[in-house]
Design a protein around this ligand. Structure first.
Ligand SMILES: [Fe+2]
Ligand SMILES: [Fe+2]
Length: 192
């Protein structure tokens, strides 16, 4: 089976109805894809892995099922083991070593892209003009987007070996082209 983006989208949408969850998948995909380009890696493979990382959350909404029971479904559907292992590695409770660049990237983009999305939702201009400084300030407010694990955000950037400011700026840039799909204001047309 070719684990194409099209195939992954079909798998994802067969198991996921929630718009918020689909947006999360798209945001993590866009971030991981951008890093694949930066690192000269296989963008389709990385993007597809990211798109699928939470595909089973709606049917397995607890950590005694997600993502390990989802992995069985992906295996049945014929997704490559390398992709499945990367997906399993995003879950802290499974202790799968993050020993590849893809695994480190997926983990680093998972919580942060959700957090940046949340920051953009409360700004009139969305992602436009958002700075790493403002994102870091919000990270220090425990009540804001309380579901986002701050330790995972810091650890993700550290394990990836990218300075947090740079990582935040990179993910903001990566999300900008799909702002519309994320339900955010799109870049205003500027006179040329
Ligand atoms: Fe997850
Ligand atoms: Fe996720």
């Amino acid at each position: 089976m070719e684990p194409t983006r099209e195939r992954a989208w079909e798998t994802l949408t067969r198991h996921t109805q929630s718009e918020a969850l689909l947006r999360h998948a798209l945001a993590v995909e866009a971030s991981v894809r951008a890093y694949a380009r930066r690192f000269g890696e296989d963008e389709e493979f990385w993007g597809t892995t990211a798109l699928l990382h939470d595909f089973d959350w709606e049917i397995h909404p607890t950590l005694d099922q997600h993502p390990q029971d989802g992995a069985a479904i992906l295996r049945e559907e014929g997704y490559p083991e390398q992709m499945i292992e990367a997906i399993l590695s995003h879950a802290e409770h499974l202790d799968v070593p993050r020993d590849t660049q893809l695994k480190k990237t997926l983990f680093a983009c998972d919580e942060l892209s959700g957090f940046i999305h949340a920051c953009a939702l409360v700004r009139p201009t969305g992602l436009e003009g958002m700075t790493p400084k403002s994102v870091k300030k919000k990270l220090k407010q425990p009540s804001f987007a309380a579901g986002v694990n701050r330790d995972d955000v810091y650890k993700g950037a550290e394990d990836l070996g990218i300075d947090l400011d740079e990582h935040i700026a990179f993910v903001i840039d990566a999300l900008q082209p799909i702002a519309g799909e994320l339900g955010l204001p799109t870049e205003a047309a500027t006179p040329s």
